[in-house]
Design a binder for this molecule. Structure first.
Ligand code: AMP
Length: 185
């Protein structure tokens, strides 16, 4: 099934997990900018060296580092039939860039999913995830960054009418079912 899906939601909402099951169902790749950056950092590429400080602190990497990465990734052959974006767009500028990029490619995004999870649940989940940038200080900061820079992206898509809000505070199986329902319709 061809589908283009954007996953929004705070860190720890379960985007990665849910993206995984939808990607398998639709047979499309997950394009995760956080994962791409972690890989670049592990490989110590030019991008990785530039991104490392921001990622460690829980700040957004500057747009100019991310936009080329996305343009390049979306033009790969495996992205032709669809994709799931996990972690992009992270601010309104990135969302506007993506709109233009997709228009250039004569493509459109079909679903923007907002996985909604209350703050206290997120803190608890992230503290138990154990990633390098998941210490208490950085988590608080990433939540602030999310509220200030990423939450406005939800309104951006609400106005476009492509947004589906999905409650994420329940078992991952229940969330998966809700998502499959949206994609099937
Ligand atoms: P994530 O795995 O999506 O939580 O991303 C981990 C970190 O990578 C974030 O805290 C940011 O530092 C960086 N990052 C990931 N995606 C983006 C993006 N679209 N724009 C800017 N920074 C990003």
């Amino acid at each position: 099934m061809s589908a283009r899906i954007i996953f929004l939601g705070p860190p720890g909402a379960g985007k990665g997990t849910q993206a995984g099951s939808l990607a398998a169902l639709c047979e499309i790749p997950i394009i995760g900018t956080g994962e791409m950056l972690r890989q670049a950092i592990a490989d110590q590429t030019e991008l990785g060296k530039k991104a490392q400080g921001y990622v460690d602190e829980g700040d957004l990497v500057p747009d100019n580092l991310i936009l080329d990465l996305i343009r390049e990734r979306l033009s790969q052959p495996d992205a032709k039939n669809g994709w799931i974006l996990d972690g992009f767009p992270r601010n309104v500028n990135q969302a506007a860039f993506l709109d233009h990029l997709l228009a250039d490619m004569q493509q459109e995004c079909h679903y923007v999913i907002d996985l909604e999870v209350p703050d206290e649940v997120i803190l608890d989940r992230l503290l138990h995830r154990g990633r390098k940038d998941d210490n208490e200080h950085t988590i608080e900061h990433r939540l602030d960054v999310y509220r200030q820079q990423t939450a406005p992206v939800i309104d951006y898509y609400k106005k476009q009418g492509t947004l589906f809000a999905v409650p994420g505070d329940r078992t991952s199986e229940e969330v998966t079912q809700a998502l499959q329902q949206i994609i099937k319709n």
